[in-house]
Write a protein that binds this ligand. Sequence first.
Ligand code: KG4
Ligand code: ZN
Length: 338
Amino acid sequence: MNTLILGIESSCDETAASVVLDGREILSNVIASQIDIHTLYGGVVPEIASRKHTEAICAVTKKALSDANVKLSDLSAVAVTAGPGLVGALLVGVSFAKAMAYAAGLPLVPVHHIEGHIAANYLAHPEVKPPFVCLVASGGHSHIVCAEDYLSFEILGRTRDDAAGEAYDKIARILGLGYPGGPKIDRLAKEGNGNAVQFPRVHFNDSLDFSFSGVKTAVMNYVHNAEQRGENFSRADIAASFQEAVTDILVSNTIKAAKMKKADTVCLAGGVASNSRLREKMAEETAKWGLKLYYPGPVLCTDNAAMIACAGYHEFMSGKTGQLSLNAMPSVRLGQKL
Ligand code: KG4
Ligand code: ZN
């Protein structure tokens, strides 16, 4: 029998719904982005995000069902991001999914957002199977995870302060590029010299953790000092030099993790995984060490519900369904019970 999962995602600033068949085939993938409104404020405003999710979620879900040409009664389960994320934003998706599951008599499957990002690789590349080492880098998280199988994960490293995407967004704001900063820095950096300024690369002894607050402060100081002295500087050089520092750390820790776990495959996930320089460097390094490298296309890197439906499929097949008492869990850790 075919297993059809409806996925719902509302953890940050995208309202998304998707229907996925047997954990592999995307039948629909609808994403309503709120970027335009948050751009006005230079970042995500949680209260506005919640309200916009409430406005969009019905239409987005209806479209996901109609694009997939399925009825509620065809579904096997409803999977929803239960955390981590903005609590008000998560609550919209969780409440909506609970109501749908109850009304349609369907099982409810809570999904961890990072597990969803990792699962995007199964949708993009049917040949990808655990175990592998995955770098999950987005606006909210920077983790190196060993996916031991579809449902068990070991966290090998995490950020001790800012997430990589958060650092991109803050530096973009300092350079006057606007929100979201990642794609804008990625583009501008192509015109700059990545060796113009040596920004710090933080490594910890005996740990694969990240720290991006030092490089962020260094860029801020560089820009403010230059402005105070009335010196001209190239924003493209700063963007490129910042990007070199961040991607150096992301790549070197991920390669160390792969060697430590004796993995033969490395995957990338999360919004920052669409960064062109990260992909380029990771491709060079994985090739050097004989590792296979996979990453999803840009639409499956940033927040979407197909990845939630895919992760939800594996949870559902293993019998892990949730209760209607499910609550939003804004800071739940990967591996913690949902
Ligand atoms: O996965 P995502 O949509 O949301 C979270 O779960 O946080 O990731 C969004 C983040 C933002 O910080 C954005 O600036 C960053 O991913 N991002 C990028 C690129 N595209 C998106 N960062 C660097 N380079 C990119 N090309
Ligand atoms: Zn995300």
